[in-house]
Design a protein around this ligand. Structure first.
Ligand code: NAD
Length: 702
């Protein structure tokens, strides 16, 4: 039963009951429609209340139906809204908790609306690259002033009911009900029922006018503002167009126009990318062979080993979430340094007004430090973030294995070492997992959860849940060199090196990639992360995989001591204390000399070629990662790149982008790259999975 039908005296109450958010899926719509008919047919019923069970009125459309036939099956949301609007007895929406999207649009079709205080009201469709498509853009400006309505529609952000109730002249709420909402709503509805019993016409939002004193100037201003703020996203500007129509056209023309804009947005690559990312984020927490009802381990106390760059940031995540943390180090000085950094970070937030002083104190009070493993004995989770050295890891995991209580989870933040070997340093490899945070660990959203051969399912499930507590996007990766993100970035960096040899400057490559939408091009990124990290990895590769070709430019750069921002020079020059990348004549000369040494004449390389060599390098490695089972789905790879590597959100991640280009075309382009004698033909050998999908006309992502 998705909608309950109850009689409260002369008032019929229809309660949406479709957990978790009373989404307006087909079954709910059918039952609501039937409930309305029943109430209208019942002679003793004078009015109808529509409300929601549980904590919310309605979160809107059922996301599971998105893009399926069920979304448009009758009664669809439009038909239902029409049915409510045409009802011959007053229909009162009684809202509480959350009233969003289609839920708000449904309530705007009701003749009256009452709400509990602190109800969050929103039209969030813009966040999926859409606009409210069931009358929201036409009806909301009719009950609120146009500016407030446009603000809500363009931002998608929730606004509290009290705030909206204070908008002068608003007709969104007829009453804010203090006390029991249903009782208040039923009393309100009964009174209205009697008021209209004699045939007095029912108020309908569609009959109101949306007015603005100076619409042309206002919409011009709004359009300019929105364009500047939402450069890569078409939806916000379309929201402005739709709301303008609410002011300038009659309701039916406005609704038709809204529909037209909605359908057009539905097919934009930007909306497809945003919807992909929305589902990808939810899908990431689901692991194919780990049941959703897996019993989780309780995590009430966390230990962190190592108070360096990562240990400090990792600790902050848990302190922020209210979990006590004990940090262990080798010396009191190292502890002091680590704690001082944490303090400095929090104090900067306090200064900027982002954190209240008392919250800061509360968080610091949860932090303890120690030099003794015995103090970690009662931790439920210990995360190791010591030097990237297998010997040091062995020593740490050996010590943890000795003292930490049975059932605790032992995690490593290693970026490059073999997690299975680390697990093997303990007698409880099933309790060992990788938690690969990204720097700065208190800021970056991404957490790669590394699943060892023996990692227990409940350990994985617990860590995935914990990631939500500390507001990270967790993606599971199997064990391999570099896991998902860094394994792919290595191929991208190799291509970036080849581009230099063939004629590009670092700034040309960065500019092209940044114009594509990456937060940072490969060379600026190298300077930020430290070019010595890649150097260390390449030195290892030269021994392990001597056949793998790299451009020597990055090694030459490191030999010059140009490690990046931390040494004041890298691919770019840096003014003391500044982070602005200044093109470096020294680097250009180094690259030119190296090129000459190879007998290469520089050629002009188009931005398109630069971007596609780099992005398809990611895609091809991504395909291998999928085939190897390191990632269980393509959308996981996209989440890694969207949340950890600055891939443009409006392109949905590398795999989604490849799909949008058509995998057949991707393969053809790669084959063209392979014919370039200066590139590495083996590099462009399409991954078998990619080749197969392309041949079958299929996609990476569903
Ligand atoms: P860091 O050098 O800043 O910090 C390491 C800390 O560990 C130091 O404070 C050191 O005193 C301490 N330490 C060393 N041996 C110890 C021991 N036996 N017991 C207790 N403490 C010990 O290094 P970091 O950048 O924080 O990296 C730590 C780990 O995180 C490494 O495994 C690294 O690969 C990984 N990682 C680093 C980054 C990054 O961007 N820095 C990103 C992801 C993962």
């Amino acid at each position: 039963m998705a909608v309950r039908y109850d009689l409260h005296g002369e008032v019929a109450v229809l309660t949406l009951d479709n957990p978790p958010v009373n989404g307006l899926g087909l079954a709910t719509r059918r039952e609501l429609s039937a409930g309305l008919e029943r109430a209208l047919a019942h002679p003793a019923v004078v009015a109808i209340v529509v409300t929601g069970a549980g904590k919310v009125f309605s979160g809107g459309a059922d996301i599971k139906e998105f893009g399926t036939d069920r979304a448009i099956a009758e009664p669809n949301l439009h038909s239902l809204i029409r049915q409510v609007e045409l009802a011959g007895k007053p229909v009162v929406a009684a809202m509480h908790g959350t009233c969003m999207g289609g839920g708000l649009e449904l309530s705007l079709a009701c003749h009256y609306r009452v709400a509990a205080p602190a109800t969050k009201v929103a039209l969030p469709e813009v966040k999926l690259g859409l606009l409210p498509g069931a009358g929201g853009t036409q009806r909301l400006p009719r009950v609120l002033d146009v500016e407030t309505a446009l603000n809500m529609i363009v931002s998608g952000e929730p606004v509290a009911s009290e705030l909206l109730a204070s908008v002068p002249g608003q007709k969104l709420f007829d009453q804010i009900v203090e006390g029991e909402l249903l009782a208040g709503a039923v009393a309100f509805a009964a009174a209205k029922g009697h008021e209209h019993a004699g045939g007095a016409p029912l108020p309908r939002v569609r009959d109101l006018k949306a007015r603005h004193a100076n619409p042309d100037a206002f919409f011009q201003f709004a359009r300019n503002t929105v364009k500047a703020m939402a450069r890569h996203f078409p939806a916000p500007a379309k929201c402005v167009d739709a709301v303008e129509a609410a002011v300038k056209r009659d309701i039916d023309a406005g609704l038709a126009y809204e529909r037209e804009l909605f359908m057009a947005l539905m097919f934009t690559p930007e909306s497809q990318a945003l919807r992909h990312a929305f589902f990808a984020e939810r899908a990431a927490s689901k692991i194919p062979d780990v049941p959703e009802d897996t019993q989780l381990r309780r995590i009430a106390k966390v230990g962190v080993v190592g108070a360096g760059t990562m240990g400090g940031g990792i600790s902050m995540n848990f302190l922020n979430a209210g979990l006590p943390v004990t940090i262990l180090e080798t010396t009191a000085e190292a502890l002091e340094r680590g704690v001082a950094t944490i303090r400095r970070n929090y104090e900067a937030q306090v200064r900027k007004g982002k954190l209240k002083e008392d919250k800061y104190q509360q968080r610091m009070a949860l932090l303890t430090t120690t030099l003794s493993y015995a103090d970690l004995a009662d931790c439920d989770l210990v995360i190791e973030a010591v030097y990237e050295d297998l010997g040091v890891k062995q020593q740490v995991f050996g010590a943890l294995d000795e003292v930490v209580k049975p059932g605790a989870i032992l995690a490593s933040n290693t970026s490059t070492l073999d997690l299975n070997r680390i697990a093997g340093f303990t007698k409880r490899p099933a309790d060992v997992v990788g938690m690969h945070f990204f720097s700065p660990a208190n800021v970056m959203k991404l957490l790669e959860v590394v699943r060892g051969e023996k990692t227990a399912k409940d350990v994985l499930a617990t860590v995935m849940q914990l990631a939500k507590t500390i507001r990270k996007t967790a993606v599971v990766s199997g064990v391999c060199d570099g896991f998902i993100g860094n394994r792919m970035i290595e191929q991208y960096s190799r291509q970036a090196g080849f581009l230099l040899e063939e004629g590009c400057t670092p700034q040309q490559v960065d500019k092209a990639v940044e114009a594509f939408g990456f937060a940072m091009g490969p060379f600026r990124m190298g300077d930020l992360a430290g070019n010595d990290i890649g150097w260390a990895i390449r030195k290892r590769r030269y021994v392990e995989q001597p056949q793998m070709r790299y451009s020597q430019t990055a090694d030459l750069l490191c030999e010059m001591g140009r490690y990046g921002q931390k040494t004041g020079a890298g691919w770019y020059d840096y003014a003391p204390g500044k982070r602005d990348a200044i093109p470096s004549p020294v680097v250009e000369e180094m690259v030119a000399q190296h090129r000459a040494g190879l007998g290469i004449t520089a050629r002009t390389i188009s931005d398109d070629e630069i971007v596609h060599r780099l992005v398809y390098a990611l895609v091809n490695e991504g395909a291998k990662i999928l085939e190897d089972g390191i990632a269980s789905k393509a959308s996981d790879i996209d989440m890694v790149y969207l949340t950890g590597y600055g891939f443009p959100l409006w392109r949905g991640g590398p795999m989604c982008y490849a799909d949008s280009q058509g995998l057949f075309n991707v393969v053809q382009t790669m084959k063209a790259f392979a014919r370039n004698p200066l590139d590495d033909a083996g590099f462009w050998e399409p991954a078998p999975l990619l080749e197969r999908l392309a041949a079958e006309g299929r996609r990476f992502t569903a």
